[in-house]
Structures are given as structure tokens and as C-alpha cells.
Design a protein around this ligand. Structure first.
Ligand code: PLP
Length: 445
């Protein structure tokens, strides 16, 4: 093949099959593939013919399209699934926030005097009302919150942490690494399984700035173990004139999720125990948008607001508008609008009704399977709670793939492929019924 015989990019873009597709992306793919072929010709190697080249471009473009975000049905039973985008935002919440997102707004404008306003003020007041704290601040995510906190209060000094709390959260968040990046020196105390108050006391010196507590979000230490509770740590910090900060990770709005972990204190309870500062993710158990929610004493939050770093970690109007609507839903007790806690709190009886409803509608009903599931996403580790699943007959691995390719993500347990109903959204029910019917009926032929 010669250079002249290579298909031209313009011609490729005008092919019927690309009529409604993203031309600049196709052009990039085409150029890259044509370059490879040109190099082959230059070196006297055999190259692909025109049809082969076009088919390679098509294939490569299909691979690109497959990476677009796609809606899936979460039948894993894990309500807060990090790989499946954590918390779902209810359509009503989004609708309430929509006008702000799609218009100019007073994000940083004070209508009263026409001067510059503060983007954090309103959301801060809402959070203070919900959690009974003096003030609050919102940043990009909880990892940002930890970074901002350490950078503001402990940079250039030492931060004391229990050895049993030097956690790694999935996706490269490791407490020791975040600490060194923020400019504070890690002072580990205690042992892996036991840390006592005197360990903290003995570690405090003239360079100490902060006592940090980190929630063991994704693992448990059981057996011969001991740790210092937040109230004790806070009073020690007060006594020694240090900052105490609790990275709570997931946060837990008590009232809603109390069934799950009696030994997991709610955010408001922890606040009441005297903690000066704490932070948690907006899209974990709290069930809203990705954000890092910081609660604490007024004068400390004021210092965080003054840190230049906040400008780099700041949230935009979409986050603020949606988050405010979620907080208002909590304040107004509209719990049905908070998808994550709502699904976690569903009783087994409710799941049983759902299973029976789906089964009645299916062409061929499925076995109802009693199971246990996890909350997921870095919260309440090792704490399973009951759930119900529909069991798909046949080879689990084949079924898992078959359903996955149809946008239904389930799980395999004891050699069976399960569709766990705990994490099924109301709006997914009809689609799920259709998909099961379709997939299962194709198996009969
Ligand atoms: C999840 C988690 C984080 C990170 O929060 P993101 O919102 O994902 O950035 C930090 N610390 C703990 C303890 C966590 O559980």
C-alpha cells in the first residue's frame, strides 16, 4: 500500500456510520492510526488496507464510547458503593437546586448592600442548626477537609495520632502521606491494638499542635484492644492548649441510621462530647453531593476560612445548592429524599414486599434469598445487616457477566449470583423487571 491509498481523515469523518458522532474525537483517533500506517509504509513494512483501517478506527471509537458514564442498577446490596458513585441524589432535591444551578445567583453577593458576600455563610448556618455546632465550612471532599485542617493548625509542628488509626482509604488517601503533604510531622503513639490517654500525654511537647483522631472507616480492630474516646482526647487538648480534630470519615446522622450501629455515635453526639473540630464526607452516609463537611468552634472555622488553601479546595454553586437542599430535607424530616440513609434503613419486611412485587411481575419468578450486606464505602466496617436478594439460577460467573453487560451489577455469594434488593432504587424497579425477563428468556432458547 502507498501513502496515496491511505483513506483521508475528511472522508472518514463523512462516513455514514459517524454521522451523529463526535467528529473531533474520531479525527484524533483516525490521525493516530493513519500515522502508524504511514510509518509502516515508510519502513517498507506491510500496512493495512483502507477497510481494515476504517474498521480499526470504528473499534477504537467504540472503546472510547464505552467509557462514558452510564447509568447502572446497583444490585450489589452495598448502598454506598464508591465504584458506583456513592450517594444518589434524589430528583426532588436536584429540582429544588436547579434554578440556582442554571441562573446567576448570590453565591458571593450580598443583595442588601450590593457588596461581596460569603459563599459559606448560609450553608454553614444550616449545618450548625442540623448538628448543634457553632459554625461549619464545606470543601471539595473529606480528603480536602483533612488537608486544610492539618495545614491550618499543625503545619510546621507535630500532630499526634494513634498507631491504630493510621488508615488507608481506597484511592490513595493514606493518613501518614496526607499529613506529610500538609506540612505537619506525624507523631505516632500507642501500638497497633492499644493506645491509652497517657500515650498522647507523653507525646506532647513544645512542638505539638494537634491531637488527631481518625475513624477506622474500612477495618476493625477486635480482641485485645483499646483506644481513647473523643471526649477524653478533647479535654486533654483543652488542658494543653492544643487543637483536637476528629476525621470521622463517614458521619452518621443518628436518628436515621441508629438501627445499624448502636456503638457508632451520631455526629451531633460527638459534637456534644466537646470535640473542637470534625469533618466527614458529604456523599457517604450523609447521602448528598461529594463534599467535605467541617464542623466546629467558631473561632477555629474562622481560621480555616482565612487559609489561602481554601480557595483551591472551594466548592462550586452546584455542590452548595444541592448540599443545602439535602440539609434542609434533614431539617424538615423529609427523610425519603435522602437516598442513602433511606435504603440503609429499609426493613427486611419492606424488602420482602419488594421481592414479592418483582416476582409477581416476572414471567418466571425467582428464589428469594436471605442474606447479609455491608453499608460500604468506608463506613461501619465488618458490620453486616440483613438483606434480601433474588437468586439467579445457573452458573454464577456467567450470570454475573451477563447481567453486568446489561447494566445490572449484582454479587456472587456461596456460588450463586444474587440481585440484592437493599440497594435497588424505586425508579430502577421497573427497569430491573424488564431486564431480568429479557435476560432470563434469552436463556431458554
Ligand atoms: C472516606 C474517608 C476519607 C476521604 O473522604 P473523601 O470524601 O472520599 O475525600 C478520609 N478519612 C476517612 C476516615 C474516610 O473514611
Amino acid at each position: 500500500m502507498s501513502f496515496q491509498n491511505l483513506p483521508q481523515v475528511d472522508k472518514i469523518l463523512n462516513l455514514e456510520c459517524f454521522a451523529n458522532e463526535l467528529k473531533p474525537v474520531i479525527a484524533n483517533i483516525a490521525r493516530e492510526i493513519l500515522n502508524t500506517e504511514r510509518n509502516k509504509i515508510k519502513q517498507g513494512l506491510s500496512s493495512k488496507n483502507s477497510d481494515e483501517i476504517i474498521s480499526e478506527i470504528c473499534q477504537s471509537y467504540e472503546n472510547f464510547k464505552a467509557k462514558e458514564l452510564k447509568r447502572v442498577i446497583n444490585a450489589t446490596g452495598v448502598v454506598m458503593h464508591t465504584n458506583l458513585a456513592r450517594s444518589v441524589i434524589d430528583e426532588q432535591i436536584l429540582n429544588r437546586a436547579k434554578e440556582i444551578i442554571t441562573s446567576y445567583s448570590t453565591l458571593e453577593y450580598n443583595l442588601k448592600d450590593g457588596k461581596r458576600g460569603n459563599r459559606y455563610e448560609y450553608v454553614g448556618t444550616l449545618l450548625a442548626a442540623l448538628f448543634g455546632c457553632e459554625d461549619a465550612l464545606v470543601v471539595n471532599n473529606n480528603a480536602s477537609a483533612v488537608f486544610l485542617m492539618l495545614n491550618t493548625f499543625a503545619k510546621g509542628g507535630e500532630t499526634v495520632v494513634s498507631r491504630g488509626e493510621l488508615v488507608e482509604i481506597g484511592g490513595s488517601f493514606r493518613v501518614p502521606d496526607v499529613m506529610s503533604a500538609s506540612g505537619t510531622i506525624l507523631r505516632e503513639v500507642g501500638t497497633t491494638n492499644k493506645t491509652h490517654l497517657y500515650d498522647y500525654e507523653n507525646a506532647i511537647n513544645e512542638n505539638t499542635k494537634m491531637l488527631l483522631k481518625v475513624h477506622r472507616s474500612n477495618f476493625d480492630i477486635v480482641g485485645f484492644c483499646e483506644s481513647v474516646d473523643t471526649a477524653e482526647l478533647s479535654s486533654l487538648a483543652k488542658e494543653r492548649n492544643l487543637i483536637d480534630y476528629y476525621d470521622l470519615g463517614s458521619g452518621y446522622v443518628g436518628e436515621l441510621a441508629h438501627k445499624l450501629g448502636k456503638d457508632e455515635p451520631s455526629i451531633a453526639k460527638i459534637m456534644q462530647s466537646g470535640v473542637s473540630l470534625m469533618s466527614f464526607s458529604g456523599d457517604k452516609l450523609f447521602g448528598s453531593v461529594q463534599s467535605g463537611i467541617i464542623l466546629g468552634k467558631r473561632e477555629l472555622i474562622a481560621k480555616l476560612r482565612k487559609n489561602q488553601l481554601l480557595r483551591m479546595l472551594r466548592v462550586d454553586k452546584i455542590t452548595i445548592a444541592v448540599l443545602c437542599e439535602s440539609i434542609k430535607a434533614y431539617l424538615n424530616k423529609e427523610f425519603e429524599l435522602l437516598s442513602t440513609p433511606k435504603h440503609i434503613n429499609k426493613s427486611v419486611a419492606e424488602l420482602e414486599n419488594l421481592a414479592n412485587f418483582i416476582n409477581k411481575r416476572l414471567k418466571k419468578s425467582l428464589e428469594i434469598y436471605q442474606t447479609q450486606t455491608f453499608v460500604g464505602g468506608g463506613s461501619l466496617p465488618n458490620k453486616t445487616y440483613p438483606s434480601l436478594a433474588l437468586k439467579i439460577k445457573g452458573d454464577a460467573i456467567t450470570n454475573e457477566e451477563l447481567y453486568r453487560k446489561n447494566g445490572v451489577i449484582g454479587r456472587i455469594e456461596n456460588g450463586a449470583f444474587l440481585l440484592d434488593l437493599r440497594s435497588i432504587l424505586d425508579k430502577d424497579i421497573e427497569i430491573l423487571i424488564e431486564k431480568i425477563d429479557q435476560i432470563e428468556s434469552e436463556k431458554w432458547v
